[in-house]
Write a protein that binds this ligand. Structure first.
Ligand code: AMP
Ligand code: TRP
Length: 327
């Protein structure tokens, strides 16, 4: 069975963008693949985190994984920091990564631009992400569009290691959805929908109340036209809403266009809000059940044990190949 691996940072509320771009596919892949899904807390601390908030968000993200359909009995769900091999292999791969490669990463440029002090961890972040993936010899990595460049670097590092020390790592493939890989902000279609946007009206959080979702969608920016037409260049705002609709309703973009032909934005937005609520409400219910049940920690403990058992032999092999004394 092929292996799938992905991670999400516990650095704020998860958004509908995280769900459509990543989480939704996690649940689908577990039926046909051996899956590793982690909450990447070591990545989250590459920017300052308030300790109590980090703890709360970590539990929330883990619970949302399960609420979104990941079965902890079938898939390995765990906290990155619970498997120490990530930090170890991350360091080893950092020594193999070139400064120039890290300097080219757009996520680093975005997150560091305009900041007075930038942590070194934010710079070496992609080497740790490569370690996350290569540690399990993952074949497939489901992510949104913004992670493509990190995946390319991971492939380069795997190739570099294999060339230098002999065949060790599987070269992973990205798995990026055709529609919905890049859900944009509701207030500005040139920016991706992100939990770190200070304007909460710009994103739909997975845990937003139905009425909040309705309000946010009714206020979403459109254009002065009235045609529900998918045209990302000419009508970026409406096209983004059509993508969200198509994903939430399991329809194609063309089907959505046809359904609202000649109807204007009003009815379209109203229905869109109900489609989003219909997707998120059951997830929110399961989320509350999981957090209330007290079972989350035992799921995470079990996930970490299984992940560590898979990771240890790979780390050991890497160390042996690099010339470390391994007994
Ligand atoms: P992050 O929240 O940065 O840890 O991202 C977790 C996953 O969600 C990654 O696979 C991202 O590519 C994906 N993701 C985040 N924001 C969006 C978005 N606006 N549209 C689509 N996918 C996204
Ligand atoms: N960098 C990813 C993000 O910001 C999160 C991540 C960390 C990840 N390690 C990973 C994603 C391994 C896929 C595989 O979204």
């Amino acid at each position: 069975m092929k292996r799938v691996l992905s991670g999400i940072q516990p650095s704020g509320q998860l958004t509908l963008g995280n769900y459509i771009g990543a989480l939704r596919n996690f649940g689908k892949l577990q039926h046909t693949h051996e899956c590793f899904f982690m909450v990447v807390d070591l990545h989250a601390v590459t920017v300052p985190q308030e300790p109590a908030a980090l703890k709360e968000q970590s539990e929330a993200v883990a619970a949302l994984f399960i609420a979104s359909g990941i079965d902890p009995a079938k898939s390995n769900v765990f906290m990155q920091s619970h498997v120490t091999a990530h930090a170890e292999l991350g360091w080893l791969l950092t020594t193999l990564t070139y400064m120039g490669e890290l300097e080219r990463m757009t996520q680093f440029k975005d997150k560091s631009s305009g900041k007075e002090s930038v942590g070194a961890g934010l710079f070496t972040y992609p080497s740790l992400m490569a370690a996350d993936i290569l540690l399990y010899n993952a074949d497939l990595v489901p992510v949104g569009d913004d992670q493509k460049q990190h995946l390319e670097l991971t492939r380069d590092l795997a190739h570099r290691f294999n060339t230098r020390y002999g065949q060790t790592f599987t070269i992973p493939e990205p798995y990026i959805p055709q529609v919905g890989a890049r859900i944009m902000s509701l207030d500005d279609a040139s920016k991706k929908m992100s939990k770190s946007n200070p304007n909460a009206g710009s994103y739909i959080a997975m845990l937003d109340e139905p009425d909040v979702i309705r309000k946010k969608i009714s206020r979403a920016v459109t254009d002065s036209g009235r045609e529900v037409k998918f045209d990302p260049q000419g009508k970026p705002e409406v096209s983004n809403l059509i993508s969200i609709y198509a994903q939430c309703a399991d329809m194609t973009v063309q089907e959505v266009e046809a359904m609202y032909e000649g109807q204007g934005y009003g009815p379209f937005k109203k229905d869109l809000a109900e489609r989003v609520v219909a997707v998120l409400e059951p997830i929110q219910q399961r989320y509350r059940d999981i957090r209330g049940s007290g079972e989350l920690h035992s799921f995470l403990r079990q996930g970490a044990e299984r992940a560590a058992a898979a990771a240890q032999p790979v780390l050991r092999q890497v160390k042996e190949k690099m010339g470390f004394l391994v007994f």
